[in-house]
Design a protein around this ligand. Sequence first.
Ligand SMILES: CCCC/N=C1\SC[C@@H]2[C@H](O)[C@H](O)[C@@H](O)CN12
Length: 660
Amino acid sequence: MAKKEALTTTRMLLVLTFLISLFSLSMCGNTSFSIDYNGNTFVLDGKPFRAISGSLHYSRVHPYYWHDRLLKMVAGGLNTVQTYVPWNIHEPKEGEYNFKGLADIELFLQTAQEVGIKVLLRSGPYICGEWEYGGLPAWLLSIDPNMIVRTMDPGYIAAVDKWFDVLMPLLKKYLHENGGPILMVQIENEYGSYFACDFDYLRFLYKKARGILGETAIIYTTDGDGAAYVKCGSIEGSYITIDFGPTNNPVANFAVQRQFQPQGPLMNSEFYTGWLDHWGNPHAHTNLDTVCKSLDKILALGANVNMYMYEGGTNFGYWNGANAPPYQPVPTSYDYDAPLNETGDITDKYIAIRQTISKYQKLPEIPIPPNTPKGKYGTTQMNFVSTIQDALDVVSPDKPVYSTYPLTMEQIRFYYGFILYRTKLPRDINQLTPLLTKGVRDRGYVMVDQVPQGIFIRDDVIQVNITGKQGQMLDILVENTGRIGFATLMNYNVKGLTENITLDGEILTGWNIYPISLENINSSIISTRQGSGPKLNNGLLTPSIYMGKVPIPTSDPEPKDTFLDMRPWVKGQAFVNGFNVGRYWPKMGPQVTLYVPKPALVSPSLPNYLVMFELENTSCPPSQPCNVIFTDKPFINAIPAGSSFSVREIKEGYNWNLRV
Ligand SMILES: CCCC/N=C1\SC[C@@H]2[C@H](O)[C@H](O)[C@@H](O)CN12
């Protein structure tokens, strides 16, 4: 049975299971989830309930694997999963909604119901999470680039109002009291850490949610562990929870929660089992014993706990976020050094945490599901297809947007990935002449008639020296490497060229602007390309498209999870059979391999195509592009722990000796 039919059947079975459980529970009429303030405990269907939870974000794990991961969480001793709702994946364009694939929240909730794990649902509208723009949709910036998000700013709150009118009725169906798995619904996220402290905004969110979810649903907030955070992050009627990591003192931490909430269950909504990564810094690592000792103390206090992350997963596509200052994008891997690693495999940390939990909660008598098999498919040759310019008819099929001065991505209502700005050189430039701008967000690849000149880098490289002849094409290919998702710099989060470009002091005008959709590339375009091949100059190759086949052997035809090692390619975007597996930047690290989930592959009766959009260079000549390797092991910690590089080294890709 083809994968699509299988998923449909699974989905139908899940819906049926959900409806049966809904019916049987409603017949009992005793489904309730509440707070016993005298007993300082949650109460589930009349009995005390302590949440032992872990974070898994459905948008970061392929739906094919949701059942596997949730079952591993139950086997690990958890009774609850906590997940974020990323508004931007569900409403990619204003008024256009997406609830399929990575965004199929109902399938995720039905799967949780079927597996028997409860859900702590973090509804946003802002979620942080190192996700693009903290989960906010970039089209907000088309309404008003100067909008102050996460406040009662009229443009923002009108969009939130409409979104909650869509989301909250969906969540209501899945509340425990209505027979679903959702125990509680969080609004906003660590709002007390945001400068605005706008109580009218929190009250608006609370009132909106309460009005749709009903009077008995528990609405809660989560804030950093400090009185100032909780003061600005909580609101009348919502239940206060806090977050803190394994090096803190839980007794002192929970004292902050008690300061604002003298009674009710203690709850750490984010007990950090690991931490986030940034390109160019060592992969995060949190000591297993430190995690388990602190978790033991929290459980001994009778507190509720959610481990952040329990399964980190992957920022597929362009969904990674960034932090600032300085501007630092987050890698494709969201491994988080979590108990289940990026590909859902059991780690020592999983086993140790499971053992700790067993001291306080009887473990379910189910086997721990096995790790998924991994495919070691070996080397494949990458064939040059086209420079980005020679493929504009495919990747940017509509007429370009013309503007006297450059427009941002949001001004042309194109929000993620790449955009190309093109003008003509106004005169002969026989000597290296400065092209200047501070307005590149975030990397700008400069070419004259496709010959690379240099790279603008946000907050770093603002000058590229060029030469050329009058009338030659000056192209600047800009990559949006992820919108900032935390604190004040979340505002004015626009992308593309945000300021004018000057050549030797003269403002360049007359720009054609091409939004780039790499998803349009497929095997059919190979034969149609007659391009002249990439140009090599200044150590850079013309950003170009390459294609190869994933060598799945006919002797072992069932596809498996695998890892794409692109070395010695430098930086770009990879697609497998049109599935955007994410950004690669092995030269920068710490991530070197990209996780390719099994469901992105098809059985070898059909060719599996890898498409790479390489932005910078390889060590192979343009005439004979390099190969890539499909291996069975991830490599996401190429930068030695404890290393510290200069900003310049990080910006330019420190050429350290990568360990295999
Ligand atoms: C000191 C920085 C506090 C910012 N909060 C963070 S950084 C990692 C985590 C995730 O982003 C998570 O989504 C946040 O709620 C809390 N947190």
